[in-house]
Design a protein around this ligand. Structure first.
Ligand code: HEM
Length: 255
């Protein structure tokens, strides 16, 4: 049983390294770290709405490179979404390897995790459940961002969140992505021994604390941000989907 647990979770009671091919494990970590960094940057970008509609609009236009192309080019956002989606798919495929292949294996690992009170095994279980949810949920979001990059902005985003009911998907995704990201970074740091000092036990405790702070910060920021979009979306719910216009505050009705 120890070997099954080790092969799936990469964690063993003796702290041995996983036996699965090291190259694939490294690729999983690298793609995961890129996505985690992206998600932090993404959260800061989305949360610019807290500084006002004009600020969020300016940041959106900056991503469309409006300082080079007059008025900005939304297709640049599509290209960027395409790159992130490719990394997301690679990461998911590498992660699937860690899923239990049968219900029987799952039950055995679950039992083992309960018996051992093994935090890392429980974390691993959370990782693949949240990963599975994101494989479906994030794909919907990425598809919309890819096909409608022109509809990103303070009003268009708020409209999507409220009137197109994306708030529900975002709530689920927010919980999954923030916890999955911080647990992933913690597990990668432990597995590859990034911060191993003279006292690995003390390092582990410190890493767990850092993980909790990270989760709390991004979850809090995420929910406050989501409520800001919901507020704008509710206030404007009786109007047609509109685009924010910074110069004369005229709302341009979309086709
Ligand atoms: C390049 C790719 C991405 C772009 C351009 C993007 C863009 C956006 C934008 C503009 C919003 C604001 C709401 C809206 O307009 O609908 C948003 C919200 C959100 N996105 Fe993304 N996103 C990307 C990738 C992802 C990924 C990969 C995930 C998760 C796996 C994700 C999770 C979320 C969540 C949870 C929210 C709601 C956050 C909140 O309001 O607190 N996004 N995204």
């Amino acid at each position: 049983m120890e070997k099954v647990i080790e092969a799936y979770t990469g964690a063993s009671s003796e702290g041995k390294k996983s036996r699965v091919p090291a190259k694939l494990d490294k690729a999983l970590t690298i793609s995961g770290v890129i996505l985690a960094i992206f998600m932090m940057a993404h959260m800061f970008f989305v949360s610019t709405i807290l500084f006002g509609e004009e600020t969020m609009y300016a940041v959106t236009k900056m991503f469309e490179l409006d300082f080079i192309f007059d008025g900005g080019l939304p297709i640049i956002v599509s290209v960027f979404v395409g790159i992130i989606t490719a990394i997301f798919i690679v990461h998911a495929i590498l992660g699937i390897r860690k899923f239990p292949t049968s219900y029987k294996t799952y039950l055995k690992i679950k039992e083992h995790s309960k018996m051992m009170k093994h935090t890392d095994t429980s974390f691993w279980m959370f990782q693949w459940i949240s990963g599975l949810i994101m494989m479906f949920g994030a794909t919907i979001h990425l598809y919309i961002m890819f096909t409608q990059p022109q509809n990103i902005g303070p009003y268009s985003s708020a409209h999507r969140v409220v009137s197109e009911n994306m708030w529900l998907l975002y709530m689920v995704l927010l919980i999954c992505v923030e916890l999955h990201g911080s647990i992933g970074l913690y597990r990668a740091a432990m597995k590859w021994g990034w911060f191993d000092g003279n006292n690995p036990k003390a390092t582990r405790a410190k890493m767990l604390k850092a993980k909790k702070i990270l989760s709390f910060f991004f979850l809090a920021l995420g929910f406050i941000t989501l409520f800001a979009y919901i507020k704008i979306g509710i206030e404007r719910a009786d109007q047609l989907p509109m685009k924010y216009h910074p110069i004369n505050s005229v709302e341009i009705i979309k086709k």
